[in-house]
Design a protein around this ligand. Sequence first.
Ligand SMILES: [Zn+2]
Length: 266
Amino acid sequence: MKPSISYIIRYSARAKSVRLRVSMQNGVEVIVPQGYDTIHIPAFVQEQAEWIYSAQQRLQEKMQRHKQKLHAFHDATAGYPCTEPSLPEETIVPQRRTLILPTELIIRTLDEVWLVIYQPSKHESITLTMSTVDKQLVLSGAVHKKRLCAQALATWVKRYAAHWLPRMAREISVEIGLPCADIRVRLQKTRWGSCSSHRNINLNASLLFLPEELTRYVIIHELCHTKVMNHSKEFWQLVGEKEPDYKRLDKALNPATQLVPTWLMM
Ligand SMILES: [Zn+2]
């Protein structure tokens, strides 16, 4: 059991999310956006405990080096009016963003909404139970461990996507007359899909969170790559044949990134 961390809360008009700052002057500060519900702060600080301890340690070491420098400085400038080297002020923010867990998953591609229920118990791990009839995902166990919950949900999303996306792609493949080899599903940060020179297609599991027409467009786009590997005029012509509205759909893909929940990529 680690000692509890004391901290001060500072409201900032400019802050967009919760941040932590450790400095010699003020200790641990939690900087929160205006109007932020302080009820979340104790859990946030607890979650970042490891980071706070190591930041404090780094600061101590920096302070030691500063003291040594100060001595050397005084030796060198004895008798002269001068300003001292400034006090180290380490302002570091944790890399991790606050993790907000969902109460429902909006699977737009399949037009489904799944309810997420968290049931705390004494178990150290998380068990996810899926009820297809009433579209419920029940997470039980150490549900206070947010990262574990996010991992369990992400695993479920990946499996669900691995079940549905290849089926959808096979149907479209037959419909537009462009066969492909293997269809794989992965959770990726940067791409919606890809196509290899062996005509294997990779689809991003997070496509499930996109409207059906966009997922369909990504699949058509990748299937067209089985014929033309680049983004040449010839390629777009083929895409246009298979999906006349492709320009609008292609444009809509970028902003659609916002529909993918952030916990999925943590
Ligand atoms: Zn492409």
